[in-house]
Design a protein around this ligand. Structure first.
Ligand code: ATP
Ligand code: FE
Length: 335
């Protein structure tokens, strides 16, 4: 079974061909234009998707060594995401499926970040059900109880900023480029995590809050700069390490609570922030300290990609779970 997956929820245009569980191609066109604005500009994103979508799909088919007539179904991201971006992928997928007279499969982007773990990949184990999925990305921070592929419940999520935003907004305060997550991570590994202390937000239960941290960092920097204008440059690695230490603490506290409440010790992470070295190390430590088994997908399947859309397409195809032809994009689609 050959499935084409199409992803266009934010600023990356991506297409992937999957043959049964195995990825044959995974093409992605990044939109560099947003870096100059320090964040994604929706209007520019949808325009770039419009330019990229045909060449990206074409390349995905070529790399897979098939033609569009070989496809059995088209899977696309229905939401959540930016409406203008989603519309490009949705309309394209609908037209292509209609033209080829094959099934159309709608995919929830956040489910896909979790189900990326079910891509067949040498050296990567698939989590057994039930497991806890944690999606940590630029737009989301969720803990999801996963009982089966399409039987998932969000048991905790952020009430304000996403974890990736916490990184990016902290980076902005420090004068770093966008997105700042990777650089803060790199510098954190060279600094002292206990150099500065930022208090963790008090949020009951399994929900998260990250907006207070950003404000705490802002006030802290403003205060220090008064007595030492070079404070940031002189202490940048220590500041990054301290921010990272605080964020990891928040994540691990919530995972501990989720594992305790559900009795589930299999933990699978996804989303762009899963690249974070500190979070990866803390999860590994959790294996010894708390008896967890943790799962981290291959890097290219953690940030936005179409392979994760294709694998969900394949899993839905096996169940005969297809979209109707009048399906529409949904910016706030829930799990
Ligand atoms: P969503 O899936 O919620 O719509 P998104 O797809 O835009 O959001 P991703 O592409 O999954 O988000 O992740 C991007 C985020 O990951 C950015 O905020 C970026 O700073 C962050 N990030 C990437 N690498 C790292 C890292 N090593 N450490 C911390 N953050 C990182
Ligand atoms: Fe994403």
């Amino acid at each position: 079974i050959y499935i084409l997956g199409i992803e266009s929820s934010c600023d990356d245009t991506a297409a992937s061909v999957i043959h049964n569980g195995k990825i044959l191609s995974n093409v992605i066109a990044n939109q560099k234009i947003h870096e100059a604005y320090g964040g994604v500009v929706p209007e520019l994103a949808s325009r770039a998707h419009q330019q990229n979508i045909v060449p990206v799909v074409d390349q995905a088919l070529k790399q897979a060594g098939i033609t569009k007539e070989d496809l059995h179904a088209i899977a696309f991201t229905r939401g959540p995401g930016l409406m203008g971006s989603l519309l490009v992928g949705t309309s394209f997928a609908k037209s292509l499926a209609y033209g080829l007279n094959i099934p159309l499969i709608d995919v929830n982007h956040m489910q896909a970040h979790i189900l990326a773990h079910f891509i067949d990949e040498d050296g990567f184990e698939k989590p057994p059900f039930p497991f806890l999925g944690m999606t940590i990305s630029g737009g989301h921070t969720q803990i999801v109880k996963v009982d089966n592929y399409f039987d998932m419940d969000v048991i905790g999520e952020t009430i304000d900023d996403a974890i990736g935003e916490a990184y990016d907004k902290s980076g902005k305060i420090l004068g770093l480029g966008y997105p700042a997550g990777p650089e803060i991570d790199k510098r954190a590994q060279l600094g002292n995590p206990k150099a500065f202390k930022f208090t963790k937000p008090k949020v009951d239960g399994l929900n998260f809050s990250f907006s207070g941290l950003k404000t705490a960092i802002l006030y802290f920097i403003q205060k220090e700069i008064k007595s030492n204008p070079n404070f940031i440059s002189e202490h940048l690695n220590d500041i990054c390490a301290s921010i990272q230490y605080t964020i990891i603490g928040i994540v691990i506290d919530k995972l501990k609570l989720a594992a305790k409440q559900t009795g589930i010790k299999h933990i699978a992470i996804g989303g762009g922030v899963s690249a974070n070295s500190g979070i990866r190390n803390a999860l590994k430590e959790g294996e010894n300290k708390f008896g967890w088994t943790t799962y981290v997908p291959k890097f290219e399947f953690t940030t936005d990609n179409a392979a994760m859309i294709a694998i969900v397409g394949y899993l839905k195809y096996l169940e005969g779970n297809f979209a109707k032809q009048d399906v529409t994009a949904s910016a706030r689609l829930k799990i």
